[in-house]
Design a protein around this ligand. Structure first.
Ligand SMILES: [Zn+2]
Length: 293
């Protein structure tokens, strides 16, 4: 545990092509062990305009972890143990709609989960909880991101946007992609589930910025490939860094009156006496103690 560290309230979780972040001052690295194992990498803690920020590359340093292999529970628990209250998640995605072009930024409003093989909850082992997930992202955070991308004149998509999360690691077939397009999903990626679900269980505000790198397999001759994804990511990382720089100080002064911070208040179904006796309680007290101690 990182008990000696001064709390960090904001974290950025980076995805493909964003394995480090520049523009941080006073950088240190924190290695955290959690009851769920180790996070994807040491967490970089630094400051942007005097605001303390943590950065975690979800695929590990040097991109060594498959989407299905990410230890999301360790990642979110580690950030929670640092004191994180808000997460900005960055992901590379493919477009499922003609009007969403490579290099555009999407701030998804909804998520559609088609993952199959992932541990997607902190609960179980004696404690049953069902958090609300109708609005999977923090709309207060989304609004601030929206203002920032508008000011920076970054092409973006905000309302009625859905991130489809597939298991991967293969990209979609043409048949799958056709159905995804027909269903009206905006972008396809492999990583924000269960990250967003666990953030909600940990009562951390969470919003995603989906960076469009390709048209998935919509267009013959332009099918998504790793090489193309990385090329486009290089091109948009400058805009992404500018966005982070203006975004962090603004979310730092947000009051945080949203429901995300109380997600567990009425979510635990297990009786009070059973919760504190449950084998899971020790590992989950970081999340539950405000209601039970
Ligand atoms: Zn929130």
């Amino acid at each position: 545990m990182a008990k000696q560290i001064e709390p960090v309230k904001i974290a950025v979780v980076g995805g493909s092509g964003i394995s480090e972040i520049s523009g941080f001052d006073n950088v240190t690295e924190v290695n955290i062990e959690t009851p769920f194992g180790k996070p994807s990498a040491a967490i970089t803690v630094g400051t942007i305009d005097n605001v303390r920020v943590a950065f975690l590359p979800r695929h590990g340093k040097g991109h060594t972890i498959l989407p299905s292999e990410i230890n999301n529970r360790a990642n979110i628990y580690a950030l929670k143990s640092l004191g994180v209250e808000q997460i900005i998640s960055l992901t590379a995605v493919g477009s499922l709609q003609q009007n969403i072009k490579p290099k555009d930024f999407v701030i998804p409003e909804q998520v559609f989960d088609k993952t199959k093989n992932r541990v997607n909850t902190f609960f179980g082992n004696g404690i049953v909880a069902h958090v609300g997930f109708a609005d999977p992202f923090c709309n207060e955070l989304r609004d601030i991101i929206h203002k920032c991308v508008t000011e920076l004149a970054i092409e973006h998509h905000f309302s009625d946007t859905t991130y489809l999360c597939i298991e991967g690691p293969q990209f979609s077939t043409r048949a799958e992609s056709k159905i995804h397009q027909k269903n009206g999903f905006s972008v396809v990626g492999m990583t924000i589930v269960p990250e967003a679900k666990l953030a909600r269980e940990a009562e951390i505000c969470y919003a995603n910025i989906a960076l469009v790198t390709d048209y998935d397999v919509q267009k013959h001759g332009e099918e998504v490939a790793v090489e193309k994804v990385m090329e486009v990511m290089d091109a948009i990382s400058t805009a992404c860094k500018k966005l982070i720089k203006i975004l962090i100080p603004r979310i730092a002064v947000r009051e945080g009156k949203c429901q995300c911070r109380h997600a567990l208040e009425n979510a635990v179904q297990t009786s009070k006496e059973e919760v504190t006796k449950a084998p899971a309680y020790k590992d989950l007290s970081l999340l539950l103690k405000k209601y039970y101690e």
